[in-house]
Design a protein around this ligand. Structure first.
Ligand SMILES: [Zn+2]
Length: 245
């Protein structure tokens, strides 16, 4: 048996009449999968534990043939309490979980664990919070090595004045002279917001004063950039869009 450690459940899938395939992310092992044998039949051992978003202490037994380890037992350390009664926050939490699962190859993504944990806890405490989605996307991009450049034009390297554009192709800002047709105008307040996010925690989001339209601008920009970087279909995003419209 391996030394037990903390891990967040990303997703749970049925793989046979009795077994579950559970995807986790942890600070120790990054993203990994484990088989919960008999979990479907004997729910008692894992009752209320193997749910996406739950923080567990996991007890793993390595499997003999180099397959996924066996989940022998789990202690529930934390579970979201308010998300079930807040559909919008629930969908957002599912989106965060899916992003972490899809952006990390197996055994990678250790650095995503604290971000995901903090975002889920924040969402559970303040389900109506503004801007958490954009904040999460920005931090995720940064951790994946795709922090958008916000200070100087990526073409001519001059510091930017008020008028700036965002280039999805280049991954950051360009000045009015260097902008191409497909680049998106970037408002001053949104650029200021994104420049400050390296220093902010989700806790401080509630102090950011920004109009609904500007939040929307920041959110769309980061979402589009993240989708371009990941180049994958994110299922929960479709559900989220219905809430947003
Ligand atoms: Zn330029």
């Amino acid at each position: 048996m391996l030394k037990p450690f903390e891990a967040l459940v990303l997703s749970v899938q049925e793989i046979s009449e009795s077994d579950l395939w559970v995807q986790f992310i942890s600070a120790e092992k990054g993203r990994f999968a484990a088989v919960a044998k008999g979990a479907r039949r004997s729910r008692r051992r894992f009752v209320n534990k193997l749910e996406p978003g739950h923080l567990l202490r996991v007890y793993l037994r390595p499997s003999r043939r180099g397959l996924a380890p066996i989940l022998e037992a789990a202690d529930l350390l934390w579970a979201p309490e308010t998300l079930r009664t807040h559909p919008r926050a629930f969908v957002l939490a599912s989106y965060f979980l899916e992003l972490c699962e899809r952006s990390s190859p197996p055994a990678e993504g250790r650095e995503l664990f604290p971000l995901l944990r903090e975002a889920l806890e924040t969402l559970d405490r303040t389900p109506e919070i503004q801007g958490l989605k954009a904040y999460f996307e920005y931090r995720l991009l940064t951790l994946l090595g795709w922090a958008p450049e916000m200070e100087v034009c990526l073409v001519c390297e001059r510091p930017l004045s008020e008028r700036a554009y965002f280039s999805f192709r280049r991954g950051g800002v360009v000045c009015a002279e260097c902008a191409r047709e497909e680049d998106q105008p970037l408002s001053g307040p949104v650029r200021g917001l994104l420049r400050s996010w390296g220093r902010l925690s989700p806790e401080t989001l509630s102090r950011v004063v920004l109009s609904r339209d500007l939040w929307r601008e920041a959110e769309k920009l980061l979402e589009n950039f993240l989708l371009r970087v990941l180049d994958q279909d994110i299922k929960t995003l479709k559900v989220w869009r219905e809430f947003r419209e």
